[in-house]
Ligand binder design. Sequence first.
Ligand code: ATP
Length: 383
Amino acid sequence: MTDTTAGGDVRLAGLGKTYGSFTAVHPLDLTIPQGSFFALLGASGCGKTTTLRMIAGLEEPSTGTVSLGGRDVTDLPPHKRPVNTVFQSYALFPHLSIHENVAFGLRRRGVKSVKKQVAEMLDLVQLGDFAQRKPHQLSGGQQQRVAVARALINHPQVLLLDEPLGALDLKLRRQMQLELKRIQTEVGITFVHVTHDQEEAMTMADTVAVMNGGRVEQLGAPQELYENPRTTFVANFLGTSNLIEAEVVGTAGEEITVSAGGGTLRLPKSRCPDGARTGGRLLVGIRPEKISLVPADAAESVAAGRNTVTGRISDSSFIGVSTQYVVESPAGKGLEVYAQNVERQAGLVPGAEVVLHWNPEHTFGLDADQDISAGVESVEETP
Ligand code: ATP
């Protein structure tokens, strides 16, 4: 296969878009390294599609520039840019065979012998045996793979994917996520993937940019974003976080001590905003799966040095691999705890008094001047 990996860096400099007085994308500076799988993640209306369309040349920016591999392409029309886009609707030609659908880009450029390249592409997306079928004879996932092959045969520097799995059911979606990741690793082309599905972004991307209100709130590797969210929006939008309102009462060594709901909690200084070190209010965050739960009468079994919070179970749901508890506590309403179903613990039923405990190292701190519920419930759409 031709080397398609050269010079695929995408650089956005002050790239913004306004519609009248409405700002869809605030001026954005962003470099997407060549060969990376990059996800733009956010709720509906946050500006991710507009950003993608400006990279594709389908939308004219109000400010700023787009460069690809060091070349400013801001003024180039879409077909002159070394990018291809795969949309949610596969838009295959229904009357053409799969082979001809994939060959389309080559034929349009006047390439005569397409057979070998088409076969290579169909092998890449594992559809070698389907070349003579028509699109309607394929499943949704297969059609989407044809759409990917049809785009990749043009050897773009960058492949843009706009919610490409949005129309697929959940199981197929999961399969296709792994499939797309494999294809990206194999071809080494930069993929920029737009999605509102945080699990999808985390599964596939090397780097995720979390967008909110036309801005990138935080950018990083999935694990980094998940473990160290810097805003309440990111903490709540990416998975679930328990956020507890607290007051800084002291610092010792590398730790900060806070008071919350009548008790004290400790957390690493390195996981707090700088201002928190000198006192004042702080939001203390802990992920539900990091918390363990014991009945209150077994509180003495909790090892010394753990953060502890008392409460009462208000709800529990068994979901197979884990049981999810909701706990009402003086430290916070509706705290969530996910317990893996290894051994069932007696006494953890709604109404039970419990102690929640966790390793202080797993606690993060956020600036308290933020909306504590930003990003909650914002994944309301299911296509
Ligand atoms: P979705 O997942 O629903 O596509 P998105 O994050 O991709 O959402 P965009 O499509 O980028 O969002 O839209 C960002 C904002 O810009 C939205 O509030 C949208 O209503 C607005 N917008 C988009 N296109 C136009 C337009 N042509 N005229 C006016 N406003 C627009």
